[in-house]
Design a protein around this ligand. Structure first.
Ligand SMILES: [Zn+2]
Length: 246
């Protein structure tokens, strides 16, 4: 058990009435507050994409060191849109939603980064069976602590301004949600973390999205001070793929 988990355990034993201790099926060990820390949320739902239980994951501390690769730019009559700007705006969204709890730090190279956001050009707009984006997560199996993450954002020739300004904002924000706290999806189409998304419309972080990320961290977005990962602990790597809604 981590020190953080132990602290929660001690607190919980004294204040059972105030805190939902150990609740929530499928909650990762090391998160002693349980999935129902703040409700409503979707942490204990089954991913509508495949029916599997959502898996709650978390970073052991912030800021997350990131690098953005292959970011394109688009020129419209209204001005130039930069892939890097869409990415940082999406990062700021999660930071604002968590009152600064989620924090980011740009680094110069992939070797320094824990999170890589990579833009990937595909031949044409993704249709049925295609994906708007995907996120690969490596995490300790025993606790759900994330070791590293990689986000892929697909773009294609001839994207409309709405697909770039609104659709990509939604896709990047959604994939960052995976990278921050969940392998799985919401069952409610209103949520940013619903499993399918329109290609030309932006979505906001809803109350359920916000409760979900805060519950994944027990609302404790602490600064770094962690020890190096123990390489003897088993690590699993999974990829979440996110299709368009047509
Ligand atoms: Zn997704």
């Amino acid at each position: 058990m981590t020190r953080k988990g132990w602290a929660w355990f001690c607190l919980c034993t004294g204040t059972v009435a105030l805190i939902a201790c150990g609740g929530g099926a499928g909650g990762g060990a090391g998160r002693a507050c349980g999935n129902d820390f703040l409700t409503p949320n979707y942490l204990s739902e089954n991913d509508p994409a495949d029916g599997d239980p959502n898996r709650v994951l978390f970073w052991p501390g912030f800021p997350i060191r990131y690098v953005i690769q292959n970011a394109p730019e688009w020129n419209f009559g209204s001005g130039t849109v930069f892939g890097t700007s869409l990415t940082t705006a999406s990062m700021n969204r999660w930071q604002t939603a968590t009152d600064g709890g989620v924090d980011w730090q740009a680094v110069a190279s992939e070797s320094q980064a824990e999170l890589v956001v990579r833009f990937n050009q595909v031949a044409s707009e993704p249709g049925a069976g295609g994906t708007l984006g995907s996120t690969t997560l490596s995490f300790f199996v025993d606790t759900g602590e994330i070791v590293s993450a990689s986000v892929t954002i697909n773009h294609w020739p001839g994207m409309t301004e709405a697909q770039v300004r609104d659709g990509l904002m939604s896709t990047i924000s959604h994939e960052l949600g995976h990278a921050l706290f969940i392998s799985g999806h919401s069952t409610d189409e209103a949520d940013l973390m619903y499993w399918r998304a329109p290609t030309d419309r932006d979505k906001a972080i809803t109350t359920r999205d916000n409760n979900s990320i805060r519950s994944a961290y027990c609302n404790d977005f602490r600064n770094r001070g962690r020890s190096l990962p123990d390489s003897r602990r088993p690590i699993r790597t999974i990829t979440v793929a996110c299709p368009p809604k047509h």
